[in-house]
Design a protein around this ligand. Structure first.
Ligand SMILES: Cc1ncc(C[n+]2csc(CCOP(=O)(O)OP(=O)(O)O)c2C)c(N)n1
Length: 795
């Protein structure tokens, strides 16, 4: 199906077409006003230099096209009583969402000072891109937005995340033709192979083919119509083209296209929901080809603006410095004939106001775009019921994430009816040890299946696509619309979405200060298959740096947990799934590993976030000679083994064992709400004793967090030093000097007056390291004393 600018049918009655055009003019006028005016909002007197902002900021190019889309969506929402939200891919079209939510009334409802009158209009204009005002993007401050779009590329992923398990919702998602060149957006078209037409909603992508980015043409705008159409058909979409620049024809074409798109969505959904069709729909999408900076100045200073890249930002520059620009700006503003659109008090005339949907059907007031308002607590199984039995510390477990899998399986079951919990991941749910989930659910998959496939079904709580971008974007969209979930990922490759995490954390930081934005469920990362157990995959798979990225963000938003065993992992995950407005990063192992704490002890330890393991220490309440600290499952194992060595060979050294679950405990309490007071920190780490700190990640991070502590100079951190390859698990720790021998040697070096006995032990441990090397090279596995080592509790 293809719609041209010469529509064969008349979708819009002449009066409606005229009003739609007038509404579009109103939105365009408000957009230009936001970019330029600080006063005289309706030009009730001649435009003066003092009416124009001193700093001119904003993006005009995308805005008129998006205003055009918005008014047409309003019509279609009313016509079909649609539950629809708007995702503004090129979020720099912020003036669109602000102008339109203002016109429909939602803006003034959440910001009563921005009233629908002359005073409010002036404030609306002034606040835009102005110190103390609002950003120029579809930012959290704007009602109806779940996607700021400052960093391009994530619109479609967010849109799909929003419609999972929202069968009545349609997300109209504007994709910039420049945005479409980004990696995340380019893969996002495949999301249609994961959407269940029976139980999920629909996404209506609107590719905004306005031809240009900031300074370049957009690739999709410079391939033939046929090639573009084939591209989207190849991705499984049914493109409907709306092309042109003559407003009246374009209104008609857009209305016809939207009618067709909605009819197709409804018919596809009906086929699946009523007729039981199992076919994957070829969902409709719209390609809107319109000039960049449509209706704006045609030529400025002898250069063409409309329909070129030059329309991207502010087409008319500072009138105080450029003769003739004030007149050009006035003529541009007047071209929208605001006097026909607003009454003398600045109120949109009733005939036009009636075009907007009402109540929660307004895209700015749709509760899906304020997901916290729809959020229900998860029904949670009692994590204590999944306790690993610990008859004695050090017993070997089956793999911490494998225990967690059973808990998550039951989270799925308990919330099955509500359909508000999902696990997203790039193909690693099984590999990360969470296979128990598949006892009760499947991977959602709408493409073909073959007899040997496993755990694929039209609908399921697990969604896996080998695109970390999609997994992240889907989960974000899912959370932002009021649901819960987990992203499980290889630790090294979660870096792929560093920047998406950044943006989500920023969103959360801002929304915390917006009272009408209700808290949403936290974004939970479960990073299994971590650096220390990627011995078989090698160097490429060894990178614990995501937590370094995470801790850069506002303390009020980020939390990092490194549970040492399965019971702690269960306790931590229970907490994360109940939490709101955070990003929680949980790093856990999947391989059989020693278990340390009973469930009661684990729950207490995790609640404290850090603690002295007295049962593993040999100094009782006395001051220690050395603090052996650990954070992470493998560092804990190596520390415990090092402590055993010291206890056996140098029992006179008083060792205190400290375990850190909650990394942010290390930061001062003035920096992070979880941070220890200096007094509490000193009580654990002492003021002057050496601390040998075995850390899961890059050593620098511990120093960064603890640099203000009294005893910082005595903290010696062992962590990942970017040494790695395919080798044995223990050798990974040896290469990075995180192993028991290096830890014990470091303790010997740091404890004063250690004597000849200590030096002998040091030599013995150095010899052990050589023996280890010889052994693994000969046998290809770790020495039996390493493989079979178990913790022996002190007598
Ligand atoms: C990931 C990313 N890279 C670069 C930019 C800088 N940038 C802002 S707007 C823009 C061009 C966008 O073009 P398009 O998506 O076609 O939007 P429109 O032309 O409608 O403004 C670029 C490159 C960005 N915001 N995000």
């Amino acid at each position: 199906m293809s719609t041209s600018t010469q529509p064969t049918q008349q979708t819009l009655a002449p009066a409606l077409l005229k009003n739609i055009d007038a509404y579009w003019r109103a939105a365009n006028y408000l957009s230009v006003g936001q970019m330029y005016l600080c006063d005289n909002p309706l030009l009730q007197r001649p435009l003066a230099l003092t009416d124009v902002k001193r700093m001119l900021l904003g993006h005009w190019g995308t805005t008129p096209g998006q205003n055009f889309i918005y008014v047409h969506l309003n019509r279609i929402i009313k016509k079909f009583d649609l539950d629809m939200i708007y995702v503004c891919g090129p979020g720099h079209g912020g003036p669109t969402v602000v102008a339109n939510t203002y016109l429909e009334g939602t803006y003034s409802e959440v910001y009563p000072n921005i009233s629908q009158d002359l005073v409010g209009l002036q404030k609306l204009f002034l606040q835009f891109s102005f110190p103390g005002g609002i950003p120029s993007h579809a930012s959290p401050e704007c009602p109806g937005s779940i996607h700021e779009g400052g960093e391009l590329g994530y619109s479609l992923s967010h849109a799909f995340g929003a419609v999972f398990d929202n069968p009545e919702l349609i997300v109209a998602c504007v994709v910039g033709d420049g945005e479409a060149e980004t990696g995340p957006l380019a893969t996002a078209w495949h999301a249609n192979k994961f959407l269940d037409p029976a139980t999920d909603g629909a996404v209506l992508p609107i590719l905004h083919l306005n031809g240009y980015k900031i300074a370049n043409p957009a690739v999709l705008a410079r391939i033939s119509h046929e090639e573009l159409e084939q591209l989207f058909r190849g991705y499984g979409w049914t493109p409907i083209f709306v092309e042109g620049d003559e407003p009246a024809l374009m209104h008609e074409a857009m209305a016809t296209a939207l009618d067709a798109a909605i009819a197709q969505i409804k018919s596809d959904q009906q086929d699946a929901r009523i007729n039981g069709s199992k076919a994957r729909p070829r969902w409709p999408m719209i390609v809107l080809k319109s000039p960049k900076g449509w209706t704006g100045p045609k030529v400025v200073d002898g250069k063409q603006i409309e329909g070129t890249f030059r329309a991207h930002q502010v087409p008319i520059t500072d009138p105080s410095k450029h003769p003739g620009h004030l007149e050009l700006l006035e003529a541009w503003l007047k071209s929208y004939r605001a006097e026909e659109l607003f009454d003398a008090d600045g109120r949109l005339i009733a005939e036009l106001a009636a075009l907007a949907p009402e109540g929660q059907r307004r895209m700015g007031a749709n509760p899906h775009a304020n997901g916290g308002a729809l959020l229900h607590d998860l029904r949670m199984p009692d994590f204590r019921n999944y306790a690993v039995d610990i008859p004695t510390p050090g017993v070997r477990g089956i793999g911490d994430t494998r225990e967690l899998g059973k808990f998550l399986r039951d989270v799925v079951t308990l919330n099955d009816a509500k359909r508000n919990f999902r696990m997203f991941g790039p193909d690693e749910t099984l590999s990360n040890g969470l296979g128990a989930m598949f006892e009760v659910t499947a991977r959602q998959w709408q493409a073909q299946t073959l007899p040997n496939d496993e755990f694929l079904a039209p609908t399921g709580r697990v969604v896996e696509m080998l695109s970390e971008h999609q997994c992240e974007g889907w989960l974000e969209g899912y959370l932002l619309t009021g649901r819960h979930g987990v992203f499980n990922c290889y630790e090294a490759f979660v870096h792929i979405i560093d920047s998406m995490f950044n943006q989500h954390a920023k969103w959360l930081s801002v929304t915390r200060k917006i009272p009408w934005r209700r808290p949403i469920s936290s974004l939970n990362y479960l990073l299994a298959s971590h650096v220390w157990r990627q011995d078989h995959n090698g160097f490429t798979h060894q990178d614990p740096g995501f937590i370094d990225v995470v801790v850069n963000k506002k303390a009020e938003v980020v939390r990092v947990y490194l549970p040492p065993d399965a019971n702690c992992l269960l306790s931590v995950m229970d907490h994360c799934l109940r939490s709101r407005n955070y990003v929680n990063v949980v790093v856990a192992g999947k391989h059989p590993a020693p278990q340390w704490l009973t469930m009661d002890a684990a729950a207490k330890h995790c609640a404290a976030g850090i603690g002295i393991w007295e049962w593993a220490s040999n100094c009782g309440t006395d001051a220690p000679d050395v603090v052996m600290a650990c954070c992470g499952d493998v560092p804990t194992l190596e520390t415990m083994a090092a402590v055993s060595i010291l206890r056996e060979h140098l029992p006179e050294i008083k060792v205190r064992v400290v375990n850190v679950v909650d990394l942010m405990k290390l930061q001062p309490c003035t920096e992070h709400p979880h941070g220890l007071t200096d007094v509490a920190f000193d009580a654990i780490f002492t003021q002057d004793k050496p601390v040998i700190f075995a850390f899961h990640g890059y050593p620098r991070l511990v120093h960064q967090l603890a640099y203000r502590r009294t005893n910082h100079d005595n903290i010696h951190v062992h962590g990942y030093k970017e040494e790695g390859t395919i080798t044995t698990p223990f050798d990974m720790t040896v290469l990075n000097e995180l192993d028991r021998f290096h830890l014990a040697i470091d303790a010997i070096k740091r404890v004063p007056n250690i004597g000849e006995k200590g030096l002998q032990l040091k030599r013995m441990l150095e010899e052990k390291l050589m023996e280890h090397r010889r052994y693994i090279v000969n046998f290809g596995e770790d020495m039996p004393e390493i493989r079979n080592w178990t913790w022996q509790s002190p007598a």
